[in-house]
Design a protein around this ligand. Structure first.
Ligand code: ATP
Length: 236
């Protein structure tokens, strides 16, 4: 099991999503308990698991025997995709077993609503989220990356619009005008290679920029604020 300061994770359902999840968690140095009803699925990711377990997660006894209890598991992720029924039933059992934090993957909005009603801590909707992100970046190429802080707030990268060039943050009054905060500026700076003498562009991130920092062409603003306000700023 992981060190004391790390949380103990269980991933239930090792399909495509669950497999990537355990792989990334293991890359981050987290030890994971992985469960699937299908032995082959467990086998295919066992190198990423501290504890590989083949069991039916809709069976209370089997879950208990697998070590799913609040003393050993802090966070359980229900990644079962193929059966909404199995996902809901497993989630209910995890609640009943007293797992403190439950994250469940939804397949559709109906499924998401039911999971939210059961009281899971977070519903993830990978297919819908990826599709939404792709649609947004196709329609709004100004937003490069977005990091969701909560349902209301996010941190986004926005390519500085032409209107901002050669003006300082203070002059632009972004915080007052758009109600978002510029927490960083990504800027390409020219560097000269010591070996070849050639000039290249390197990304530099200016965190917490001073009010007198002047925006130049090509800058990417890292802004934090309400999604709707960021959206308004994007439309400049
Ligand atoms: P997609 O194929 O849409 O990307 P996915 O591959 O992540 O999704 P599924 O193929 O639906 O998801 O896989 C869900 C996993 O959950 C499967 O490996 C399946 O064996 C497992 N599973 C289904 N029911 C149970 C259950 N009752 N207990 C444990 N594991 C289960």
């Amino acid at each position: 099991m992981p060190e004391k300061n790390l949380k103990h994770f269980a991933v239930i359902g090792l399909g495509v999503f669950g497999s990537y999840l355990v792989e990334y968690l293991s890359q981050l140095g987290v030890e994971v308990l992985g469960i699937d009803i299908d032995e082959k699925k467990v086998d295919s990711v066992k190198q990423y698991l501290k504890l590989p377990i083949v069991c039916d997660a809709t069976d209370r006894k089997q879950l208990e025997d697998a070590g799913i209890n609040p003393n050993d598991i802090d966070v359980a992720i229900v990644a079962i995709g193929e059966s909404v029924e199995a996902s809901i039933y497993t989630t209910l059992l995890l609640k009943d077993l007293g797992i403190k934090k439950i994250i469940a993957r939804a397949l559709n909005t109906q499924h998401a609503k039911i999971l939210a009603k059961i009281g899971v801590d977070k519903v993830v909707f990978p297919e819908a989220n990826t599709a939404e992100h792709l649609a947004r970046t196709l329609v709004s190429p100004h937003i490069i990356e977005e990091f969701e802080l909560s349902e209301e707030y996010s941190i986004s990268e926005i390519v500085a619009p032409k209107e901002f060039y050669k003006k300082s943050l203070q002059e632009l009054g972004i915080r007052t005008k758009y109600k978002v905060m510029v927490i960083g500026i990504k800027r390409k700076i020219p560097i000269v290679s010591e070996d070849t003498g050639e000039t290249d562009l390197k990304d530099e991130v200016l965190l917490v920029p001073e009010p007198d920092e002047t925006i130049i062409e090509g800058d990417v603003l890292i802004v934090a604020g309400k999604k709707e306000d960021i959206e308004k700023m994007r439309k400049i």
